[in-house]
Design a protein around this ligand. Structure first.
Ligand SMILES: C[S@@+](CC[C@H](N)C(=O)[O-])C[C@H]1O[C@@H](n2cnc3c(N)ncnc32)[C@H](O)[C@@H]1O
Length: 303
């Protein structure tokens, strides 16, 4: 049994060691504090670029979300390695265009990147040089998604011609919803859409056709039905009746082999979208067949 005296002697003898350990710990802690402060500073800059302030949705996907998206794109397109490349490039475009553009793209990061990554992989351009494609977007909001889509198509060599249909009524219109505050504060107007489309590149002097009005308006339909489209993005009126009416129109204006994208399919906030497509396809006389689902978009191929 060690005596009281020998205990005290041991403690006394170990005092310099304890002091040294304390010193090392406090130096290490100070280093960690400096590192955390520096990381917070860097994180703040990244957050300013990617968080939801001013657009309603953040752009900070987790690695799991991206892996899931890549698997879904691959399943819908059979693109293998190109699925990850397209998702990555789509994400960079979303961040770049929302940073530089006016307003926002509607939808979460997986939804937006899913559409941008998948459409170029499914699109089958027309013409001798196989690079001409007519694209129709029903419902554009600020036109930023359309600009990003033009970039994504162009990088695969496709020079697309864009037609847009939207009431461009100053704010987003959705039947059954009350007027909500636009998180960007940016009006939904033609000048805004044009400013954003300029970021999409393309051939100089060949601007997009913007038809202001509702997709169900006979005047708008007559003007826009002057050609067949190789890509149609249906993202306007999200009600059951609205989507059903758009799908009926799409049957008439989709080119053979066209890709039709129905946004927000399966999104619990817009149940009418899924109900309408399911009913439309159940009719049995549609030219459209389901090619796949990516995030909350349905991709259809026209026969
Ligand atoms: C969800 S936003 C479109 C988002 C855009 N495609 C994007 O990805 O950023 C829906 C747009 O469709 C418009 N809209 C509503 N009803 C429409 C209709 N019947 N025809 C065309 N556009 C419509 C809304 O005013 C709004 O600008």
């Amino acid at each position: 049994m060690p005596s009281l005296l020998s205990n005290r002697l041991t403690k006394w003898a170990l005092r310099p060691v304890a002091a040294l350990v304390d010193q090392r710990i406090s130096r290490h802690t100070a280093g960690l504090r400096r590192e955390v402060t520096e990381l917070r500073r860097k994180q703040h800059g990244v957050s300013m670029l990617l968080d939801r302030t001013g657009r309603g949705q953040h752009r900070m996907p987790t690695p799991d979300q991206i892996d899931t998206l890549v698997r879904e794109v691959d399943a819908a397109t059979d693109a293998g390695e190109r699925a990850r490349r397209n998702v990555t490039v789509a994400y960079r475009n979303v961040v770049a265009l929302e940073a530089l553009g006016v307003g926002r793209m509607a939808g979460g990061t997986s939804n937006v990147c899913g559409k941008l990554a998948t459409i170029p992989l499914l699109a089958r351009p027309e013409g001798k040089d196989r690079h001409v494609l007519e694209v129709l977007e029903i419902g554009t909001l600020h036109g930023l998604f359309a600009a990003a889509l033009m970039r994504m198509l162009h990088r695969t060599g496709i020079e697309a011609t864009l037609t847009i249909v939207d009431p461009l009524a100053g704010s987003q219109l959705q039947p059954g919803t009350t007027d909500h505050e636009e998180p960007t504060g940016t009006p939904v107007r033609e000048d805004v859409v044009r400013a954003n489309l300029a970021l999409g590149g393309g051939r100089p002097g060949t601007g997009a056709r913007i038809r202001q009005g509702f997709s169900g308006d006979p005047r708008v339909r007559a003007e826009v039905s002057d050609r067949k489209y190789g890509v149609i993005v249906v993202d306007g009126d999200h009600s059951f009746e609205g989507v059903l009416a758009d799908l009926e129109w799409v049957e008439q204006i989709a080119a053979p082999d066209a890709v039709v994208v129905l946004d927000d399919y399966g999104d619990a906030r817009w149940p009418g979208v899924k109900e309408a497509l399911d009913k439309h396809l159940a009719g049995g006389d549609s030219r459209l067949t389901m090619a796949g689902r990516v995030a909350t978009s349905a991709f259809l191929r026209a026969g």
